[in-house]
Design a protein around this ligand. Structure first.
Ligand code: NAP
Length: 248
C-alpha cells in the first residue's frame, strides 16, 4: 500500500527532519507550514532532488477551516492519508505563570492542543476501518516538558504537552480496533529555532549540563524515533511514549 504522510509544521526543525527522513523511506509527503512558504518549498525541493514525492500546503492547524482545507487538498493531490505526525507546536517568551495573560494561554492551547485534535480527527475519519479506511498511524510530538512542568519558563507549554499525552493514550485505545495506532515522542532539548521564540536562542548551551548525556539532541534523532513508531516495526505498539531526551 502506498504510504502518504502529513507532517504538520514541517517547514523547519523536527518537522522538516521527519519529512526528509520519511521521504527516504518511501512515503509521499505533505509538508504543512503556517507562515514560511519559502522554507517549506525548500524542504519539498530537497525531497524531490533525492527522488522523493512531496508537496507543501499552508494551513494554521489551530483553525478548523484550515485543517479541513488541508486534508481535502491532500486527498486530491496525494491520495488517502496513511500516516500523520502532529508536530506543529509553539512556545512563547519565558516567564512565570503570574505574568501570563489569557490571550497567550489561548494561543498556546490552540496550536499545541486543539491543532493536533483537529488533525487527528480528520486523519481518523480517513484511516479508520470503521469508515471504510485501511488503517494508519499517528505520532504526536509531545515534550519532556509534559513530565517536568517547565517551571519559571513556560508552564503553559508544558501543560499543553500534558494534554497531548492524554489525547495520545485516549485516542490510541479508542481506535485500536480500527487499524490505527497512536503514539508519541517526548523530545528533550533539541537544537531548533524554537528556543528563539522563548527569548533564548542559545538555551541548550545553558541547560545541557542538566542532561545526563551532557548535550542537546538533533532533529534527526527525534525523526528516527517518529519513523519507527510510524512503521510496521512498531505494529504492536500503541498508546506508547518514546523519550528522546538524553536520559533527562
Ligand atoms: P520550530 O523549529 O519552531 O518549528 C515549528 C514548526 O511549526 C514550523 O514549521 C512552523 O511553521 C510550524 N507551526 C507553528 N505553528 C503552526 C500552526 N499553528 N500551524 C501550522 N504550523 C505551525 O519547532 P521545533 O523545535 O522543530 O518543534 C517541533 C515540535 O517539537 C513542537 O511540537 C515542539 O513543541 C516539539 N518539541 C521541541 C523541542 C525542542 O527542544 N526543539 C523539545 C520538545 C518538543 P512556520 O514557520 O511556517 O510558522
Amino acid at each position: 500500500m502506498e504510504q502518504v504522510l502529513l507532517v504538520t509544521g514541517a517547514s523547519r526543525g523536527i518537522g522538516a527532519a521527519t519529512a526528509k527522513l520519511a521521504a527516504l523511506y518511501g512515503y509521499k509527503i505533505c509538508v504543512n507550514y503556517r507562515h514560511d512558504a519559502a522554507a517549506a518549498a525548500s524542504v519539498v525541493d530537497t525531497i524531490c532532488q533525492q527522488g522523493g514525492h512531496a508537496i507543501a500546503l499552508q494551513a494554521d492547524v489551530a483553525i478548523e477551516e484550515d485543517v479541513t482545507r488541508l486534508f481535502n487538498t491532500l486527498d486530491t493531490r496525494l491520495g488517502r492519508i496513511t500516516a500523520l505526525v502532529n508536530n506543529a507546536g509553539i512556545l512563547e517568551q519565558q516567564m512565570r505563570l503570574g505574568n501570563m495573560d489569557a490571550a497567550r494561554l489561548q494561543r498556546i492551547m490552540s496550536t499545541n492542543v486543539i491543532g493536533p485534535f483537529l488533525c487527528a480527527k480528520a486523519a481518523v475519519k480517513r484511516m479508520s476501518t470503521r469508515h471504510g479506511g485501511q488503517g494508519g498511524a499517528i505520532v504526536n510530538v509531545s515534550s519532556a516538558a509534559a513530565r517536568l512542568g517547565s517551571p519559571g519558563e513556560y508552564i503553559d507549554y508544558a501543560a499543553s504537552k500534558g494534554a497531548l499525552d492524554t489525547m495520545t493514550l485516549g485516542l490510541a485505545r479508542e481506535v485500536a480496533e480500527e487499524g490505527i495506532r497512536v503514539n508519541a515522542v517526548r523530545p528533550g532539548f533539541i537544537d531548533t529555532d524554537m528556543h528563539t521564540s522563548g527569548g533564548e536562542p542559545n538555551r541548550i548551551e545553558r541547560v545541557k549540563h542538566g542532561v545526563p548525556m551532557k548535550r542537546g539532541g538533533t532533529p534527526h534523532e527525534v525523526a528516527e524515533a517518529i519513523l519507527w513508531l510510524l512503521s510496521d516495526k512498531a505494529s504492536f505498539t500503541t498508546g506508547a511514549f518514546i523519550d528522546v531526551a538524553g536520559g533527562r
